[in-house]
Design a protein around this ligand. Structure first.
Ligand SMILES: [Fe+2]
Ligand SMILES: [Fe+2]
Length: 190
């Protein structure tokens, strides 16, 4: 699918602010894919569609999670996490995106997981560092992203986990698995 066509489809699903964020994620994902040798077209497509389900009603998302037998534990975590797996399902169904790598990059863009693919890491990171993002620590992650993909993903995961803990919020298991997996790999390399 061409960029313009994909953007036209997501524009209808998003607010103006979220659409601007989406373009930031797609452009950042392209740069990361070029830098780290991933498929640029897939990175762009996953970036464009990553927040496709962001504004679906909570009840619709809950129903899809149940009917499609997605991870049951999702429902006991904040509904902010739901748009990622629901989005991966809906872009397949409604926009005809069939590419498994693109779909899994959408699916894991919020939580991460153990054994992330390169494309999953790129979309996860692009969502975190796109130019419109302004939160403490984001500039550090942007700098690390220029040098080392895994280190940048770990830094983003660490910030996310620290932030959630400081708010007394729960942490989705896949986020911890993603963190442990990449930190353990780093230790084994040393
Ligand atoms: Fe998202
Ligand atoms: Fe996003």
């Amino acid at each position: 699918m061409k960029r313009d066509q994909a953007l036209a489809i997501v524009k209808e699903q998003l607010t103006e602010k979220r659409y601007v964020h989406t373009i930031g994620v797609a452009d950042t994902a392209v740069k990361l894919a070029e830098r780290y040798g991933a498929n640029v077209e897939k990175a762009e497509l996953a970036g464009i569609f990553h927040d496709y389900a962001k504004f679906r009603p909570k009840e619709e998302m809950r129903q899809i999670i149940v009917e499609q037998q997605m991870a049951k534990e999702l429902l006991s975590f904040h509904h902010e996490l739901w748009h990622a797996p629901v989005g991966a399902y809906l872009v397949q169904k409604e926009a005809g995106i069939q590419d498994k790598e693109v779909l899994s990059a959408i699916l894991y863009h919020t939580t991460g997981r153990a054994q992330m693919t390169k494309l999953e890491k790129i979309v996860f990171l692009a969502d975190y560092i796109e130019p419109g993002r302004k939160f403490p620590g984001v500039d550090d992650v942007r700098q690390i992203a220029k040098k080392d993909l895994d280190e940048a993903v770990v830094a983003a995961l660490r910030n996310t986990i620290n932030f959630l803990m400081s708010k007394n919020a729960t942490i989705y298991p896949d986020t911890v698995y993603a963190y442990n997996d990449l930190v353990q790999k780093k230790i084994l390399e040393e």
